[in-house]
Design a protein around this ligand. Sequence first.
Ligand code: HEC
Ligand code: HEC
Length: 165
Amino acid sequence: MRIRLKLSIVLFATVLATPAAAASGLDLRWLWDDRCADCHGHSGDFARRFLSVTGGELQGRHHVHNLRQFMHNHYLAGNEVDAVLNMLLAQANNPARFKGECAACHDTAAVFVRNSLELRDGVLYSRDSGRPARDFLVHHRQLNSDDASFFVNLLTRVAHEVYRP
Ligand code: HEC
Ligand code: HEC
């Protein structure tokens, strides 16, 4: 009994000693769908509806200044808290333009990224054509240059959430 207890303390200490920024490689959008969506629906809809951003800080309705602490103890068991917070922060900060202008043909941004796009050295490419997504987007759906930049940034962010090191 005592030996077992000691062993679990050592294991626990090892987990704590792992740098918080260590990437798990886990697809964050998958994580959300797997562990959070049953209660909260789509992450972007949830973030825009129930969360807000003040001075760069993501705030809940009930957990205003302690959202990070709340999330530690709320279905994440301490894992990926910062990554999920950053994902929700970006969504709360951005209008739901992908849903409004693209999802009818491409499904959600996460599904579209997984099916059709890839990152190479941080740049977003079409998986099929091998061309940079930006080159394609300036000729797609009559997007102007600002719109194309907006969607390239959005999809690149989602690709970083989906394809993690
Ligand atoms: C079984 C249902 C359930 C699951 C699963 C669940 N939540 Fe929640 N969540 C709730 C309820 C209920 C609340 C409201 C509680 C509160 O605000 O104190 C909430 C509130 C929140 C809030 C907002 C708090 C606020 O102040 O407005 C965030 C952010 C959140 N959950 C994130 C997550 C994340 C991330 C996951 C998945 C890892 C998750 N939840 C999984 C039920 C759930
Ligand atoms: C009416 C349907 C429709 C809408 C709306 C739409 N697309 Fe497309 N999209 C397509 C089709 C069809 C293709 C296939 C390639 C083509 O058009 O040559 C495509 C291809 C793409 C590609 C290249 C994917 C690849 O595999 O090479 C990107 C990136 C893209 N769309 C982004 C967007 C974005 C961002 C929006 C929203 C502003 C959007 N699309 C809205 C139909 C649509």
